[in-house]
Design a protein. Sequence first.
Lengths: 286, 132
Amino acid sequence: MPKETAVPLHAIISDSRDDILKEWIKAQLDDTSRSQAVPDASIKASSTEFFKLFERAISNGNISDIDRSEWEEVRHMLSDLSASRATQGSTPSETARFIFSMKQPLFARLTKDKSGPDAGAAVWELSLLLDKLGLYTTETFQKTRESIIKRQQKEMMEMSTPVIKVWDGLLAVPLIGTLDSARTQIVMETLLQKIIDTGSKLAILDITGVPTVDTQTAQHLMKTVSATRLMGAECIISGIRPQIAQTIVHLGIDINDIVTKASMADAIKEALARGGWTFEKQAENN
Amino acid sequence: MAPVLLVTQDLRTEDDLVHMRAAVKMHASDLGFSSLNQTKIMTAASELGRNTIEHGLGGLVIIEHLREPERNGIRLTFKDEGPGIHDHALALSDGYTSKKGLGLGLSGSKRLMDEFDLISPPGTVITVVKWM
Ligand SMILES: Nc1ncnc2c1ncn2[C@@H]1O[C@H](COP(=O)(O)OP(=O)(O)OP(=O)(O)O)[C@@H](O)[C@H]1O
Ligand SMILES: [Mg+2]
């Protein structure tokens, strides 16, 4: 059974609704640690809206279990609010303060209008309730953030491994960053697909932007080269800096059956020569 | 002079490896290692750190600055409480792998660094040093 206090909590809150709301909004606007990500008008609007739902929910007498249906609207609104604030660039603590800044104005009313031993208990109960709502807000915020990060990681991964058509039958893949398994998988898939789409016979993998080549990176490169061969195309690896070349030798990795070139320019020259292209600079005619 | 502790870091995930490599690179370059030696240290760290995760079931790395009157160095210690390495000579031979690696991580790191020390089992503790 939900606990009934002498003067119901919701009655006290409804009685001074306007004051509480005003003080709560003021507390939020005055907060010096605010990041300005959320405009004043939106703080006012969401506070007013939230307070309406909050009042309705507590009037049911259940202030301990926010998972129950009478709190559904409140939860819903908090989810939307946290999610939109997460996308707007608010901080998690800033978002949690939306709820926590309600404490002061609410508690002031409880202790003022309800002197006696009950006041302490009511403040305690309400405090637990607000903590739960605050936690709920932070959790939703966190979830939204995580899904944003996941999406961005995926986008970045795809963006950072473009397969470029350099010439008829010649592709180039500038690799930048760590070549881990997930990354290799994406590179390999996009490269093989592009080989089919363009009917290319040669691909240049440029590793200028890869910070270290260890045994795993080497294995990934070799895997990509073999897969390309299975498609009937050849690979040239370019951009092997002198430090990396020496390190590979010390590690003992054997890349003798892979064609390597110091720079992308050298690789392109080699590739075009193999394709039967010859170039010469036009004589300047003046 | 006593070694200076620069970093200790957990090694559990691929992301931890990325962080560790960045930390190793930063400290090695701060201490004044050449670009070639930075690359060697980073690569050895990458190998040993990945072994800690893949074979040692996770552990940690300690990065220290060694100070001697005549020389400066960097020491990396990798520790885990995994199954351990029972046959040191076998594990250190080129091409030996119990999974499907190239089997060059241990022997390669030994070649890339100046000192290499392996204590195992129980667990595995590998210490490598590069002098400037
Ligand atoms: N921390 C460790 N704990 C337990 N066993 C290890 C550890 N480190 C290495 N080993 C054993 O030593 C073997 C050789 O290690 P090494 O790093 O040389 O090769 P690898 O990891 O199998 O392949 P890679 O060339 O990709 O590194 C491993 O296959 C493993 O059996
Ligand atoms: Mg290894």
